[in-house]
Ligand binder design. Sequence first.
Ligand code: GLA
Length: 694
Amino acid sequence: MIKTWRLDDARQTLALAARDGRCPEVVYWGAPLPQDEDLCALAAVTQLDVTGGMLDQNPDLSICPEAARSFPGQPGIIVRREDGTPLLPQFTLADDALQDNSLKIVCADLLNSLTYTAVFALDPQTHVIAMTAQLDCDRPLHLHWLAAPVLPGAQSSDEMVDFAGRWCGEFQMNRTPWSAGIRYRENRTGRTGHEHFPGLMVPCRGATNTSGEAFAFHYGWSGGHRMIAEELPDGRRQIQFGHAARMETAPARSFSTAPLYAVYSSDGLNGCAVSFQRHLRDRIVPWTNAEAPRPVHYNCWEAVYFDHNLDTLRDIATRAAGLGAERFVLDDGWFGRRDDDTSSLSDWEVDPRKYPDGLGPLIDHVHGAGMSFGIWFEPEMINPDSNLHRAHPDWALGAEDQILGRQQKALNMALPEVRAFLYDRIAALLRAHPIDYIKWDHNRVLPMPDAAQTRGSYALLDQLRADFPQVEIESCASGGGRIDFGILSRTQRVWLSDSNDALERLHIQHNAALFLPAAVTGSHVGPRRCHTSGRTLDITFRAWVAAQRHMGFEMDPRELDVREEAVLRDVTAWWKDNRHWMMRADILRLDAPDASVVAEQQLAQDGARFVVFAGRAATAAQIAPRPLRLTRLDPAARYEVQLRNRAEASHLSRGHLALKDGPVKLTGAALMHSGLVLPWSFPETMWVLEGRKL
Ligand code: GLA
């Protein structure tokens, strides 16, 4: 007996089958199947043969693989009774409901009184499938591991790509060939982390950014995840995502995973990227006003650090506004006695030495300059050298003799009194002043992973958002240490990296675009000599790299010379002229044939215009640039393409190139298949091509 279900949209079919009343398996996920496809026959033909050295039947690779059914790989659930007795669940299908692109499967283990519920919700516009699993019992259990619904890994894939990184070097792509055994990523730091972005891409053989089949996954949770990509002895592959193991420290009757977001694409990694970008922007991020343009930021961190002086800040604010900034963010240093990073976290009261009349005079000045005002907090943290720690040392998380991180501990966010304290301090400031933005930082890992900590942080964010719905929040954690769809369902921007080095940023934001749309991705023009890399980069490159995402400035504007100011004003004005469509555009990674070029095309959703950013990250191996092929254009349509910044061509570009003289007109077919040859350029420069459909 086989029972089947299917979810469909224009791009894909997901088909499940339950054999003889057992827990269902995903038997197909890929290009759309005809509506009259016989799913029972499909389920039957996807069964593997049996030969020597195998069991007499192949155990199901179900959405929750069960150890008790001889499954030869990692099970979907590991759980114990309160007294420590291990349970080996064995489920039978109990109930199912298919409606409006969503499928609910309920399985029961009557012997152990367990209920397993999986929900699949397919969004036919973004093509993202969001999946969650829940485990319920009639008595408390200790949970070791609960996987979100388990999916098969593509057999036609040779390698998988997951993500690593570090401070100032987020979103590094790791390629690992599939082979027998497990590719296991587990983040036990209690924070999403620079090192562990919870994502996986599974390109099928031959897939590139722009073509071929690919699958992608993202686990939307900020407390640290576990990923298992396993090839079984019989060759089948499974992909599991969930919270890091043993994160639930107390027994409970019910446990749930965060959503696992999964995407199938038939047009390369970009198909996955566009789905995630749109889904995040249009379904997940709680915009305070989706119609309002994203404001150009000014953040004072790399200008003044902890050295706050009202006159200096006023001067900086005036200059930033003159360059085009629309929001001024007062970073770390305004509270307690915070003169460096050794003290005062948790003492969220304005420092009267620096602000004798409070923040009012600065905020008034910022508003007078036409900007809105934002402020930095690091709510979950406490310095041992703080009034709060002296009063409530027990509010800190972890052992007293723990290793500190940036001289600080985390607060125990599971404690209601800690959340109430933080709420009161933050709310008091938000009530006292017209503040419409919080940069919410989280600068250390936790002493140990604990799901209750993440739930506590989410609860505080939710309470503040409910009471201050107009305040936007940026998720920062030493740069990109807390970026995931869980935090982004409560925030509107991420500080992608503490690296304001445009060359590093070019790479980081190129890879992050596999998941993140421009509208949430902060990118700032840093100082002439980068504070985190020591590299000196020209203002044109710094400005264009920031203009690829949600633009801002973070240098001391007093360092800018006349030319730098002019360039920055010009690029910022260009960004403002284009943000109405760019912040809703799809970011498409281009397959540059030249390894030293990092190129992307931002295509308006209506296809009527695009901009290509071709960053030259290094000198090329060959003398002349190779043609850059565009993507996703209408082959029959004609486009006018012009080099927006052709005035930046160097004197070493001596040839007569059409693009250097003015716009060219070509069909989409020519732009996609022949491509465009760009002028020779120095490393650490960017060509910006604007295109319009005629
Ligand atoms: C972290 C952030 C920075 C800045 C500092 C302030 O490092 O990532 O952007 O806010 O904290 O201390």
